[in-house]
Ligand binder design. Sequence first.
Ligand code: UT7
Length: 344
Amino acid sequence: MSTAPEGGQVPTGRSAVVAGIGSYVPPDVVTNEDLTARLDTSDEWIRSRTGIATRHVVSAGTATSDLAVEAGRRALKSAGSADVDAVVLATTTPDHPCPATAPAVAAQLGLSDVPAFDVAAVCTGFLYGLASAGGLIATGIADRVLLVAADAFTTIIDPEDRTTAVIFADGAGAVVLRAGRPDEPGAVGPLVLGSDGSLADLIEVPAGGSRQRSTGRGAPPEDHFFRMRGRDTYRHAVERMTAASRKAVERRGWKLADIDRFAAHQANARILTAVADRLLIPADRQLSNIEHVGNTGGASIPLLLSQAAQDGRLSDGQKVLLTAFGGGLAWGATTLTWPDLDPF
Ligand code: UT7
């Protein structure tokens, strides 16, 4: 379940250190009232079941790479240098099935020659992206990596499906990671990651891949939309994020009581509270932005960190616990001490 050796850091001693952070949400906002006008739902149901009041959505013609480029640009500005050796993009909504979207993002940022690839881990994409980027740094392939997590989830949501249309939204967050020491502020701690593909059908887009194409028949239109079995997903989300969080804190050599800020994937406000309660993390240490951005998939953790750092809820020296859960199933957790940087 863990990608890190017991008790420790990457074998080379070169850790990935957060050197810059940025985020972007598209300007269009959809309110709960907008949704109740066309769906059998209510502001009360959405707020009480999910904690969401408004969310940002892409306009026609906008793709994931557009969000990713803007977040990436801001992270590079935050890092004070546009010089990176690799670009990793975590996304569930690539611009096209082929090729990967990361090279297009790199090219638009003026980074045409660097290695660039996508990571597919749905809502845990940012943490799997940290593992990928950290590996590039640990092995010496790269000294500086731009990791972007971006999703235009509304492009795969059935607008008529009230069980998903009220939850999912669009956005992007990005960090610049540089090679550094494991004991410096911003160093990404031991990563705890896991998956359970036997439960892949809890969260899926059934059509569009080789399984459906190999039958030679077109899939029904609804099979191209995202589906989630919410109640079952909820239970696994709470269990997996709680267990992964405990392990990540223990492997860092910290205690749960040491955690100053809890930054979980913004899946649902009730899930966040349920996990934090189990970890005995008080409300004033829990970061949340789901009320205003909804569930932005893999983008949610860096978007949350960036916004919290900008508005002062997160400041340097604080011990942060990150955890995520989503389709795959896939989950993870890690820790870091927040570094002194200018967020955008
Ligand atoms: O980000 C990746 C990971 N995702 C998650 O972790 C999400 C996990 N799940 C959830 O967040 C929640 O399960 C949901 C927010 C999706 C649903 O909340 P719930 O409390 O689990 O509701 P439910 O699915 O059990 O549905 C309760 C009722 C049902 O009606 P009946 O069968 O009780 O008559 C649904 O049909 O609520 C109904 N319902 C709605 N009613 C009004 C479902 N969606 C809506 C809606 N408006 N939008």
